[in-house]
Structure formats: C-alpha cells, structure tokens
Write a protein that binds this ligand. Structure first.
Ligand code: NAP
Length: 319
C-alpha cells in the first residue's frame, strides 16, 4: 500500500519507515524542513515538505494519494526543565504539540478524506490519563481521570480531541495508538548524552517521590513502531494501548533504569518535598498514575513486543 507518514523524521517515524518498507509498502514521508529531506530519503521513503499547521500545504502533499495516513507529529523531543514540568500548560513544547494534536489532526483527516484514504493511524499517549482509582493496570475501556492536575489539562484535552476525531471518521478505519513511555534510540530514555529524561537520572535529579507507587507503562521505540506498522494493515477503529507486558511502579523501574544508564541509584524524597520542588503533576506521576494493559493490541493486532519488559529492555535496548 501507499502510506503517508506525517512525522517521518521523528523518533517513532524513523523507526517506523524501515519497518513499513520491509512489509512491502511504499512510503511518502512528510517533514517541515527542506533540510531533512535527505534523512527521509535515507530511510527509503519519498520526502514531501509541508507545515502540518498549514491546511493548504497538507492538502497539497497528500495529493500523493495514500491509502493510509499515519500521524506521528509532536514537538516533544526538545529539552524539558523542571520549570517546564511544573507548568506543562505553559511550555512551548506542549503548546505546539497541542496544536499538532488538534489543528494538524484535523488537517490530516481532511486531506486523507479528500484523497480517498481508507485508514488513519495516529499517535496518542496513555500514561497519566487513567482515573486514579481501581487497579494498577487499566484497559482501553476504563475511564479517564475526571480531575487531572491543572498542568495536564490542556494537553489531555488535545489528546482527547485527536482520539475522538480519529475514531469517529466515517470514510475509513481510524486507529489511535496510546503508546507507553518511549525508550531506546532517538527517544528521551537512551544512552545519548542529550537524552531528555536520561540526563536528570544521571545527575540524580529524578528522585523517587513518596512510595514511588505511580505505575508506568513503557515501550521500546522499535516495538512501538512494529505495532504501528501492523496497525497500518490490521485492526479496527478504536483505541489500542501499545505498551510492554510489565507496567510497574516507579520504585521498581527507576533504579533498574539508573543502573542501565550507569548512574547512581535515585534519591528518595517525601511527597511534600516532591510537590514543593516539582509541583502537583510530577508528584501525581510519581505516586498515583495507573499503567496500561496491552491485551487488546496482542489479541486484535497480533503484536508482541520484542522487549516484553523494561527489565531486559533497559539493559539491552537503550543504545
Ligand atoms: N510522544 C509522546 O507522547 C512523548 C511524551 C513525552 C516524551 N516524549 C519523548 O519525546 C520524543 C518524541 O518522539 P516523537 O517521535 O513523538 O517526536 P519527535 O521525535 O519530536 O518527532 C516529531 C515529528 O513531528 C514532525 N513535526 C513537528 N512539527 C511539525 C510541523 N509543524 N509540520 C510538519 N511536521 C512536524 C517533525 O518533523 P520535522 O522536524 O522533520 O519537521 C518530526 O518528524 C521522544 O524522545 C520521546 O521519548 C514523547
């Protein structure tokens, strides 16, 4: 099939394009920057240049007439400070990402519809969104947090817009993939010196807050890309959690990640101090959030993560 990947140069896009080609698809890869066309070519895709926030430009490049449109646009790969984490709603990365998840989603959907595409697969994010009640691991059917921390609200509203817009299209199948926290090459958790989340862990500035009971779901970037490549071909309209087999509390996975990054063990700080230093949202993430189940993706997509657990994944898959 002809597949149009918006965000072909991103962490996920770079892993996805080769997997799509290996499955026999033809790929058109969108970037905003003329200078990144060679990167798209080197991945094996045909580059097109457009700003996803410009509906006319998106319509024009989509005239490549893809059968499937894949939406992997975010602006989250830049550095993030503690101040950003305190006020996520004010950070530039999230302000732009929210526009990519709302306006750009609408532009891509309109373009896909206009050119007769029959499937749309979009990046979403599951962590931090589930209601903080019930069990530690939740399915796609379970409710979202009715009262999220204030700093998260605009971002969660943007993700919800994307999920609702994609899963209600009438011209084809609309699949939303709620990825876990990415790790592996090109992501915020990798061996690269500038990896956004690895850097504070190495400096011991990413402590376990309170009991560290917040449950996180991780996924290796190549496994996330593999699930996406399958979703291009298979699966039904709806939401899929794309996470590994072992959602786990921060107190379990963070020390293992620190070891894999050759860092000293994380410090521990009481909840009140965590809240004072990093704010409500970070404290909730460290102490209360719930993880996600991948049963549906395994059942309906036939996907199996190669890094079934972060335990092996952090040790073997960060480079
Ligand atoms: N995904 C999440 O929810 C999340 C959450 C927290 C942290 N992270 C971390 O952040 C990184 C995110 O990886 P990612 O693959 O999602 O993002 P990414 O690596 O930043 O890739 C973003 C993609 O979107 C494209 N893009 C952005 N704005 C665009 C615009 N206006 N028009 C056209 N294209 C545009 C970029 O293209 P060009 O630059 O080529 O134009 C690039 O291909 C990872 O390191 C991950 O660990 C992710």
């Amino acid at each position: 099939m002809k597949v149009f990947v918006a965000g072909a140069t991103g962490a996920l896009g770079r892993a996805l394009v080769p997997q799509l080609l290996a499955r026999g698809h033809e790929v058109v890869g969108m970037t905003r920057s003329a200078s990144k066309q060679d990167l798209v070519r080197s991945l094996g895709a045909r580059p097109v240049v457009a700003d996803a926030l410009d509906p006319d430009a998106v319509a024009q490049v989509a005239s490549a007439e893809p059968e499937v449109v894949v939406h992997q646009l975010t602006a989250l790969s830049g550095p993030m400070s503690v101040r950003d984490a305190r006020h996520l709603e004010r950070s530039l990365a999230f302000t732009i990402t929210n526009r990519l998840r709302t306006e750009a989603t609408d532009h891509l959907l309109a373009a896909g519809r206009a050119v007769g595409a029959r499937r749309f697969v979009a990046q979403s994010f599951g962590a931090w969104r589930f209601a903080r009640t019930g069990g530690p691991v939740q399915t796609e059917a379970e409710p979202l947090d009715p009262d999220p921390p204030a700093a998260l609200r605009p971002g969660l509203a943007a993700i919800l817009h994307l999920e609702q817009a994609v899963t209600t299209i009438e011209w084809g199948e609309g699949l939303v993939l709620r990825y876990g926290s990415f790790y592996g090459p090109g992501t915020g958790i990798s061996l690269a010196p500038d990896a956004v989340m690895a850097a504070p862990i190495r400096r011991r500035r990413f402590p376990i807050v309170g009991e560290g009971g917040g449950v996180w779901s991780h996924v290796h970037i190549e496994d996330a890309a593999a699930a996406t490549a399958i979703a291009v071909e298979r699966g039904q309209t709806g939401v899929y959690n794309v996470v590994d087999d072992e959602p786990a509390p921060v107190r379990e996975w963070l020390p293992v990640l620190a070891t894999a990054l050759h860092a000293k063990p994380p410090r521990r700080v009481p909840r009140w101090l965590g809240r004072l230093a990093a704010g409500e949202m970070a404290t909730v993430m460290m102490t209360e959030v719930r993880g996600a189940s991948n049963d549906k993706a395994k059942r309906e997509l036939g996907w199996r993560p190669r890094h079934a657990s972060w335990r092996q994944g952090f040790a073997q898959g960060l480079g």
